[in-house]
Design a protein around this ligand. Sequence first.
Ligand code: MG
Ligand code: MG
Length: 253
Amino acid sequence: MITIKSAREIETMAAAGRIVAATLALVARHVHPGVSTAELDRLAEEFIRSHPGARPSFKGLYDFPATLCTSINQEVVHGIPSRERVLRAGDVLSVDVGVWLEGLHADSAATFPVGDVGDEARRLLRVTQEALAAGIAQARAGQHVGDIGHAVQQVAEGAGYSVVRELVGHGIGASFHEEPQVPNYGKPKRGPRIVSGMTLAIEPMVNVGGPEIRTLDDKWTVVTQDGSLSAHFEHTVAILENGGPPRILTTAN
Ligand code: MG
Ligand code: MG
């Protein structure tokens, strides 16, 4: 079932989203060679819990053990923070974080360069951000979910990259994962119709190589099958009544 949020619920999700954005900004300031992903996770959890009524969405969700998903290089998503995973110059680090506040969730992700990274990594990060922006631009009342995926896919594949298909964006609200699913591929005018009051997490996962993925023995970490670099950017948005571009809830303002 697709849930429609009231104006008040959207304000609560925006408040959760501001904490999410501030958490990602805090993590970004600590992304340096020599820092472990466990250290980033500790900082993020402490920061989120410093806000009254807020808690990390991921910790305990499907038994995930941490506040952040931290995924390095060929890791696509769902990497588990660890003291043994120390960032090195040239890595790219995808950080995914959710915050629950007063009964509602917000969800965002970004991929950060660690020190100096190569041209391919820089281009991948730029293209994935552009793919997210193109998807968000389609998230308007009267459009269809397929319009979002189509826009994301056009940008990513137009740059010679591929989009992950097994993992998708999603509705979000009182439950972290709600309907509809929001694939990063699709056909215009297909899929559920988008209406005002829907809140969606749009999250392209873009690979330099092929779209195929597999899950490591830790049962969480998803990696590219061919070992190529992967990037992930995500925002939670609210669909507006006027048919214009959505309100991005996971920002500082
Ligand atoms: Mg996320
Ligand atoms: Mg998500």
